[in-house]
Every structure is written in structure tokens, then in C-alpha cells.
Unconditional design. Structure first.
Length: 710
């Protein structure tokens, strides 16, 4: 058997062994082809067909040596998960034999029969084709004996049908605008500004056997029923607690699988809720980070299966227990290795830092509605604002120190803690913001954590492409306006320092309403946010309209991220998915209640009543006024189940009514107002029934069994 030391020795060699990355390319491609490919990867240019043939052959040989039989164009449709269609390498030749072949054409373009993937009306039936095209800026990799080629997915007319295309466009937009700013600061060496992202992934692990006993978990990914267990997370003994051996074995196996795919899985620990855990990778460029997070989710599920566990990525699998999010750590860095959100060592670097900071402040304030939309979904709605995750109101936490500095800049006053001189942009050296002074507020949806921002609203199961498209685009817009403004000021003969001072002061004045360092979970904040005029969009049904707001349509058009048609399709798909999700949950609820819960209650009530009759028959309690407890229990249960039944009827009626609503927005509102609350009602009564019913008759494993018996 392999020892721990053997494994440690093997890691460097194992890391990235399933990726056709730098090393494989260098080893397997002629030097000139390698150079051309590398340039293509860096600049996102199209690849010459002859070069594509050479690359394809090298990729195929590499893959076959590692046991691959198939290839696939791997893409990220608007379902939020990944899609693939496998083709084998076999190619018939004379004599009934085959050879293994893979051409440049097959590498570069594909035409998956993807007509049943959502397009939000973009692909009408007469042009039902969708195309995939290789994204040479991401590495190909091997998974399940299949060579996976990361691709973008678009329609016959060229509209983006996926999550990756807008992401790549947004990276270009922010690169363009950030370079303009760097030029103003006299930085001519940086050729490119990249977006860096590290996505911390939360998840639950439960027993696979128990998972299969719960149709709600299997079908909906979350429990629709479940009485509160005697022990929840109030003991706070799980966070960073000792990892159970079964879970540790899962994590070790997971790390290995991820490392092979070149994913920098770094930190694994227990989370706040029982049975909840987190994996954090080392950050990388946003394109890879997005691919890698998709793979991480997929592999988590697969590895869990091997360990007789089920991995839950739903945002709120258990009521009353913390849900799972995905913290999106975001920053900008130059190709020369400078983190633009890191205060520097010189006044000039600090002025630049403050300008990028101001750009993010303005972006988050101006496009708070879009940030909310970017994390919308029926699942995440249960989590946001649940006193365990940020509310659905977007605001920003900067920490006291940085807020103090901005205050001083705004007022042009002394910044007392540091020196008595006038605080002026571009004059003073800023302190470094240690993570522990900036990271204390865990309630904020968008927190500055020393040298990056942490967006905490994304849900565990969501693709990080959406939130990053919005962040990149909104910040690109601030930077673009700043570059215009500074350019004008300089042209008018102002010096850069004065121009910066004016600009940053103005941004703070105009946008400070988005800054909040207090407790975001409190009711007072909600009221305060209302007074400040911040958007409060509690559900997906409320939020989606923002996609179509003229200021947002204009933003996306200006930076070439989404056409109006593409935006509309995302709007439709999101609302449809919201409706479908709740519809499926409601149907599952009806099914479970009619077929298993009510029958279980009936059996138990019957047993109780029989007992009462038998007790009476043998003369127990005869003559006296004893009321058997079975009688009281039967009465209570009977009443709860009557109420439950009534609520179920209402749910059924409302679901029928929903069917006749054709407008998707009206339908979403109807589900929000007339389905969700009734489901809550059904659940309350059903959970009461669970509390009162004998466990051996209850059809499902309880919350305690699910959460504490892993
Ligand atoms: P926590 O939020 O739990 O305190 P860390 O400070 O370790 O965790 O960082 C969380 C994530 O932030 C990690 O994935 C890390 O790689 C990522 N991160 C660190 N620096 C950057 C950066 N400059 N850009 C993007 N992500 C970053
Ligand atoms: Mg974090």
C-alpha cells in the first residue's frame, strides 16, 4: 500500500498530469508552433488551420498515451453546468480497419446537437444549430478517458449561447480600460491586465444511503420537509472542527483528482453547519478559475459517490441550518505581476490603488442591481438574507482604516491616525491593510480583504461566470469614465495629482451610500439601506427586471458584452429556470406528502386509536376519567394532518392556476407570491406531523440522521 510519504513525493509529478498545458505543449509541439500557439493563447487570436492540425495531432497523441478514446467540446451552456458530447477518435480506413484520428478542424469547431439546451428564444427552429469553438486561452484536459476541449458555444447568427463568451468579452473590456488608466499613470510596461479569481466552494456531505431515501434531496437537491433536530449548529462546534476520517478520506481523494487536473486545491476545512465543508483553491485568471470551479463541483459529486457519500451543492439544503455559498475573491493584476488592488510602497502607487478602489466603489453602487441579478436563482433566494449569508441588498465593506482614509480625502481634512498633514491622493503612503483588520465583517456581501474583494453572494451551485461578467463590466465602465475624465483634465493643463484628487473625492461623495461597515444581517440595516435608496430585491422574480433596465442594456452594449437579444435570452432563461425549479419542488412536495407522509400519519393515528379501543376493551381506565395519552396524540396529529391536507389542496389549486399564465414575468411573480408561501405552510404542518409521529413509521431519515451520522 502507498504510504503518505510516497503520495507527497508523487504530487509534483501528478499535478496537472491530465492537462495539455505549458509543459505538454512545449514537449510535444515544434518550437515555432508552440510559440504561435502561445501567442494565440495570450492574445485570443484565431489559429491558422495548418497550425491547428499540428496541435490537434499532438493533443491526440498525448491523450491516447494516457488512455483516452474519445474527445469532446466541453462548454458551459446557460443551464449553469457544463455540457459535453463525446466522439471517439476512430476513423475507418481500407480493409475494415480503423486509425485514431483528430483533425485541426475537429479541434477548432464543433456542431453539437444542442437543440434542447436553453437559448431563451435566440435559436428559432429554422436555425436550430449551435456551434462550439475552441477557446485557446484555456487548457484542454483529460477526464473519464475523454479529451475535453474548452469551447465557447454560439448560435448560427453568432449570438452567445453560453456563459463563457460574455466572460471572455468582459475580460477584454476591463483589460482595455485598465490599460488606459495605467498609461495615464505612465505605466507603459504592462501589456495586459488580467482578472484574478479564487472561488471558495462550500458543500455538504451526507450518507449516500440516506440521501437516496429522500426524494426531495434526489430530485430537488434540498430537503422540502424536516423537523428541526434537537441539536443544530448552535453549539458552534463544527467550524474548523476535527475532520471525521470518512470526510478526510473524501478530501484526500478529491485533492488528488483536482491536482491531476491542475486545479490548485489548497485549503479544506469544516464549515459552520454540521456536515458542511469548504474547499478553497489558489486564485488564478478568471477564465481558468471558472472552468476549474465547474470541474471542482463535478468531481466533488463523483468522488463523494466513491465514498458512499452524497455531495450537496444546493444553496440551502436544510432549513434552519446555514446554507452554502461560493465566495468569489476578485482582483486585477498586470502581466508584470502587480496586483492593482494592493496598496503600494510609493505615493504614486497608492494614488493608483485609490483610483482602482474608487472604480470598484462606483461600479458596485451603479450596478448593484446587476450584481444582485448575477446571483439570482430559486436556490440562492433561500440563502440570501437568511441571517447566515449576506442579505439581498448589495453594499460594500472597506474596514475602518480604509473608510477613515476615504473620509479624510472626501473632506480634505486631517487623517488623524496617520499624520497631521492634509491627506491628499498621491501624496501619502498608505498603510498596508492586513487581512485581519479588513476581514472581520463576515456579514458583508462585498468586502475588501486587504488586496482583493470578496463577493459573498454567489450560491454554492452557481457558475461564477455570471457574477464575474458583471463585476468586470461594471468596473470596466468606471475605469472608462475615469480615463475619459482624467484625459480631459490633463488636456486642459491640470496636473495629474489635482485631477486625481478631484476625481476620487467626487466618487466618494457620489457613491458613499454603498459603503457600510456594520452588521448586514440586522433589520436596522435593511431600513437604513432603504433610506439610502439601495436596491432591495429579495427574490429572483423581483430582481430579473434589472437585466432589461436601459442603463444596463447601454452598459453591456458599450463594452460589447451582451447584445439586447442576448440579454433578453438570459432574462427569459433565468425566470424560466426559477419557475421550473419551484414547480418541480412543489410537485415533489405533493408527491411526498400524498404518497408517504399522510399515509404514515394515518397509520400512526390508526395505531393510536386502536390502542385506545383495546385499552378500553380490557377495562383500563374503566369507570375513571382517564384520558389515554394515545387519544390526545391522535387528536393532535389528526389536526395537524388535516391542516397539512388543506394546504396541499391549496398548493395543487395554485399550481393549476399557474399553468394558464403565459407571460414569464407574471408567472415568476405568481410562483413567488402564491406557490412559495403555500409550500412553507405545507411544510410547517408536515414538520409538526414528523415531530409527533413514531420514528419507525416516518418515511424519511430525520435531520439529525442526515447531519450528524455521516
Ligand atoms: P478566507 O476568505 O477564508 O480568509 P483566504 O484569505 O485564504 O481565505 O483567501 C481566499 C481566496 O482568495 C483563496 O482562493 C485565494 O487564492 C484568493 N485570493 C487571494 N489573493 C487573491 C487575488 N489577488 N485575486 C483573487 N483571489 C485571491
Ligand atoms: Mg473567504
Amino acid at each position: 500500500m502507498e504510504t503518505k510519504t510516497d503520495l507527497s513525493r508523487r504530487i509534483p509529478e501528478m499535478f496537472g498530469s491530465m492537462v495539455f498545458g505549458e509543459e505538454a505543449m512545449k514537449n510535444r509541439l515544434p518550437a515555432d508552433v508552440y510559440q504561435i500557439l502561445k501567442r494565440t493563447m495570450e492574445n485570443g487570436r484565431r489559429l491558422d488551420p495548418e497550425i491547428a492540425d499540428i496541435v490537434a495531432t499532438a493533443m491526440k497523441d498525448w491523450a491516447i498515451e494516457k488512455g483516452a478514446t474519445h474527445f469532446t467540446h466541453w462548454f458551459q451552456p446557460m443551464t449553469g453546468i457544463t455540457a459535453e458530447k463525446h466522439d471517439s477518435f476512430i476513423h475507418p480506413v481500407e480493409g475494415g480497419r480503423i486509425i485514431m484520428e483528430f483533425s485541426g478542424k475537429e479541434l477548432v469547431k464543433g456542431e453539437p446537437d444542442a437543440s434542447s439546451l436553453p437559448s431563451g428564444g435566440i435559436r428559432s427552429t429554422f436555425e436550430a444549430r449551435g456551434y462550439t469553438a475552441w477557446d485557446p486561452s484555456a487548457y484542454a484536459f483529460l477526464k473519464d478517458n475523454t479529451l475535453c476541449i474548452p469551447t465557447v458555444f454560439f448560435s448560427f447568427g453568432g449570438a452567445a449561447l453560453d456563459k463563457k463568451t460574455p466572460l471572455l468579452r468582459s475580460v477584454e473590456a476591463i483589460n482595455r480600460q485598465a490599460l488606459r488608466i495605467l498609461k495615464i499613470f505612465g505605466n507603459e510596461t504592462a501589456q495586459r491586465v488580467n482578472v484574478t479569481v479564487g472561488a471558495e466552494q462550500e458543500y455538504f456531505l451526507i450518507s449516500r444511503k440516506k440521501y437516496y431515501m429522500r426524494p426531495d434531496l434526489v430530485i430537488c437537491g434540498r430537503t422540502l420537509f424536516g423537523a428541526k433536530p434537537p441539536k443544530g449548529q448552535e453549539m458552534e462546534d463544527h467550524y474548523f472542527g476535527t475532520i471525521k476520517p470518512k470526510v478526510a478520506a473524501f478530501m484526500a481523494d478529491l485533492d488528488e483528482e483536482l491536482w491531476k487536473l491542475g486545479i490548485l486545491a489548497k485549503t479544506e476545512h469544516n464549515e459552520a453547519a454540521p456536515a458542511q465543508h469548504e474547499l478553497a483553491p489558489v486564485f488564478t485568471n478568471v477564465n481558468s478559475a471558472t472552468d476549474q470551479n465547474q470541474l471542482t463541483m463535478e468531481i466533488m459529486k463523483k468522488v463523494a459517490r466513491r465514498h458512499d457519500l452524497a455531495c450537496l451543492l444546493h444553496e440551502k439544503p436544510f432549513a434552519g441550518v446555514n446554507g452554502s455559498g461560493k465566495h468569489n475573491n476578485w482582483s486585477l493584476s498586470t502581466d508584470t505581476g502587480i496586483n492593482l488592488l494592493e496598496p503600494g510602497d510609493s505615493p504614486q502607487e497608492n494614488a493608483q490603488f485609490l483610483l482602482f478602489l474608487a472604480a470598484v466603489i462606483q461600479a458596485v453602487d451603479d450596478y448593484q442591481d446587476l450584481l444582485r441579478v448575477s446571483v439570482a436563482g430559486a436556490g440562492n433566494d433561500h440563502r440570501l438574507g437568511g441571517n447566515e449569508a449576506p442579505p439581498a441588498i448589495v453594499s460594500m465593506f472597506l474596514g475602518e482604516e480604509l473608510t477613515g482614509i476615504l473620509d479624510t480625502i472626501e473632506k480634505g481634512e486631517d487623517y488623524q491616525k496617520h499624520d497631521r498633514k492634509m491627506m491628499r491622493v498621491g501624496v501619502h503612503i498608505l498603510p498596508r491593510f492586513a487581512q485581519d483588520t479588513t476581514d472581520r465583517n463576515r456579514t458583508s456581501p462585498f468586502a475588501f480583504t486587504g488586496n482583493k474583494f470578496e463577493f459573498r453572494m454567489p450560491g454554492a451551485g452557481q457558475s461564477i461566470a455570471g457574477p464575474n461578467v458583471i463585476l468586470n463590466t461594471a468596473v470596466a465602465e468606471s475605469l472608462s469614465r475615469f480615463a475619459d475624465q482624467l484625459g480631459e483634465a490633463l488636456a486642459e493643463g491640470k496636473n495629474l495629482e489635482d485631477a486625481l484628487d478631484d476625481l476620487i473625492r467626487q466618487v466618494i461623495r457620489d457613491h458613499k451610500r454603498i459603503l457600510f461597515n456594520g452588521n448586514n444581517y440586522s433589520e436596522e440595516w435593511r431600513e437604513e439601506a432603504g433610506r439610502r435608496g439601495l436596491a432591495d430585491l429579495p427574490t429572483t422574480a423581483d430582481a430579473m427586471e434589472a437585466y432589461l433596465a436601459p442603463k444596463n442594456v447601454a452598459l453591456f452594449a458599450k463594452h460589447g458584452i451582451f447584445s439586447e437579444v442576448e440579454l433578453h435570452s438570459r432574462y427569459e432563461i433565468s425566470l424560466e429556470s426559477y419557475v421550473k425549479t419551484i414547480n418541480m419542488e412543489a410537485s415533489t412536495m405533493l408527491d411526498m406528502a400524498y404518497k408517504e407522509i399522510l399515509p404514515a400519519v394515518t397509520r400512526y393515528v390508526n395505531e393510536l386509536c386502536q390502542t385506545v379501543l383495546h385499552k378500553q376493551a380490557v377495562g383500563l381506565g374503566a369507570g375513571g376519567a382517564i384520558r389515554f395519552h394515545e387519544q390526545a396524540q391522535a387528536a393532535e396529529l389528526s389536526e395537524e394532518s388535516e391542516n397539512c391536507y388543506e394546504a396541499l389542496k391549496e398548493l395543487e389549486d395554485n399550481l393549476k392556476k399557474a399553468q394558464s399564465i403565459t407571460n414569464i414575468r407574471d408567472k415568476a411573480i405568481f410562483f413567488k407570491e402564491k406557490i412559495n408561501p403555500v409550500m412553507d405552510k405545507v411544510r410547517i404542518y408536515a414538520d409538526e406531523c414528523e415531530r409527533l409521529t413514531a420514528e419507525d413509521l416516518w418515511p424519511y431519515p430525520t435531520y439529525s440522521k442526515l447531519l450528524f451520522y455521516v
